[in-house]
Design a binder for this molecule. Structure first.
Ligand code: UD1
Ligand code: CA
Length: 456
């Protein structure tokens, strides 16, 4: 039996932020959420989130996750004090307590699983994750005997210059035999440079404590400041890109591309340079996305092309072509084989298959049938200053260049709208509609100054 405590009460002073540190996002997910995802291999009995600074924010950010027990650490007196807060919740508990710092977003589930497994197989009082870092500055140093048995952990700031030479660091992930930990946890002293109750001090009084070295030291990067946040993002990006390339996705220029972990990409997709895929986004096979595009929370079908465009909260069906310079948002739905061209904005617009909006248009709150051709510069006037109104256009209708469709309005099927029309009334099926001042030619007309010259 395993219980988990995630330490998430600290402010994260070094982040210089009003947001609690563990709520900063790395690749589209908060740090604490990433730590929780690392638990996927162990099926814990209890999951405690130790919270304190910004506690409402932390609780709201995790409200969608089931089976969490929030335990308050009202004053943040150190990592040992944080773990002391679960004592009343684990009375009589017979298993192990896994403690994870909330600022460890890159830990892999397999690493956590192996840590717990090793701990249980060896029957240790405690097992802690360690790494050998090229630059261990800032981390607690772990001192072991030649049997990998930990004798002491000394925080960087409490180390002597000689101790600082030790590259082996404490990752901030520990597995404790709860009954053993209970004997020593209540007796911690804040006997250090920060005057905090350090969890790491318990190792002196537990026996045996074993160090478990992580293979890939990048996993244990603890995020204390914005620079480390960016480093974590870069590491995560490398992992994600390697994964998609191995799965058959071409990234023309991985360095200039960013992909959230929440994105799904099918094989034979080509991602062009300067393209960013975020949130709950999927890209279907054969599609070519970019260059220079941002796709957020959108479903892109197969064989779609998108160039230099921004698409959010939208659906693009198979074979559609988007861009350059299109902006789709607010749940736009583009049917199969549609063409959305230059400087077109679609907001909450649904387009039937093979409909084209090729140049300079705004369509908002609109529903278009199939094979509609929206002429260059057609605009839906959907907002009267108070409310948004719908526009409906039937199949095969064509709007002339520079038409203004004043909503609410319904235009039938097989309609041709004359160029430059301002349409304010519903239009039936199968007709030509023209709403503009008729053209007039005045024979022999001269500008006034020429007329006056004649008189003199
Ligand atoms: C800690 C370890 C250090 C280790 C490093 C790994 C201690 C004393 N030191 O240092 O050995 O190398 O992590 O990254 O544990 N927190 C609370 N309540 C508190 C204090 C902290 O919940 O009172 C939480 C923080 O929100 C954070 C985590 O504990 O998520 C770690 O705290 P932090 O201050 O970042 O510890 P480090 O100084 O990095
Ligand atoms: Ca830290």
């Amino acid at each position: 039996m395993v219980a988990v405590a995630i330490l998430a009460a600290g402010k994260g002073t070094r982040m210089k932020s009003s947001l609690p540190k563990v709520l900063h996002s790395v690749g589209g997910k908060t740090m604490v959420e990433r730590v929780l995802e690392g638990l996927s291999g162990i099926n814990p009995e209890h999951q405690f989130i130790i919270f304190g600074f910004g506690k409402d924010q932390v609780q709201n950010a995790l409200s969608h996750r089931p089976n969490l027990t929030f335990v308050e650490q009202a004053e943040q007196l150190g990592t040992g004090h944080a773990v002391q807060q679960v004592i009343p919740h684990l009375e009589g508990f017979e298993g192990d307590l896994l403690v994870l710092n909330g600022d460890l977003p890159l830990l892999r589930p397999s690493t956590i699983e192996n840590l717990v497994k090793t701990h249980q197989e060896k029957g240790n009082a405690a097992t802690l994750l360690t790494a050998q870092l090229p630059d261990p500055t800032g981390y607690g140093r772990v001192f072991c005997n030649d049997q990998n048995i930990v004798t002491e952990i000394v925080e960087h700031r409490d180390c002597t210059p000689a101790q600082r030479q030790n590259p082996r660091i404490n990752a901030g992930a520990y597995c404790f035999n709860w009954q053993a930990l209970m004997q020593v946890l209540p007796h911690l002293k804040a006997d250090n440079d920060q005057k905090e109750y350090y969890l790491t001090d318990v190792v002196k009084d537990l026996n045996p404590v074993m160090a478990f070295n992580v293979e890939d030291y990048q996993e244990i990067l603890g995020i204390n400041n914005r620079k480390q946040l960016a480093e974590a993002y870069a590491i995560l990006q490398d992992r994600i890109k390697d994964q998609w390339m191995a799965a058959g996705v071409t990234l023309i220029d991985p360095i200039s591309t960013t992909i959230d972990t929440t994105v799904h990409i099918e094989p034979d997709v080509i991602i062009e340079p300067q393209t960013h895929l975020r949130g709950d986004t999927t890209i279907g096979t054969g599609s070519r996305i970019g260059p220079g595009s941002l796709i957020e929370d959108s479903q892109i079908g197969a064989n779609v092309t998108v160039a230099f465009s921004v698409i959010s909260d939208s659906v693009i069906q198979d074979g559609a072509r988007v861009g350059p310079y299109a902006h789709l948002r607010g749940h736009a739905v583009v049917g199969e084989n549609c063409r959305i061209g230059n400087f077109v904005e679609l907001k909450k617009a649904t387009l039937g298959d093979r409909t084209n909006v090729a140049h300079l248009s705004y369509l908002g709150d609109a529903t278009l049938g199939t094979q509609v051709n929206v002429g260059a510069g057609t605009i839906t006037a959907n907002y009267d200053g108070y409310k948004k109104h719908p526009t409906i256009i039937g199949d095969r209708t064509k709007t002339g260049s520079n038409s203004v469709l004043v909503a609410p309005i319904t235009i039938g099927s097989d309609v041709t709208v004359g160029a430059g029309s301002v349409i304010t009334k519903d239009v039936p099926d199968d007709c030509l509609v023209v709403a503009r001042a008729p053209q007039k030619s005045v024979p022999g007309w001269r500008p006034r100054h020429l007329r006056e010259e004649k008189k003199e």
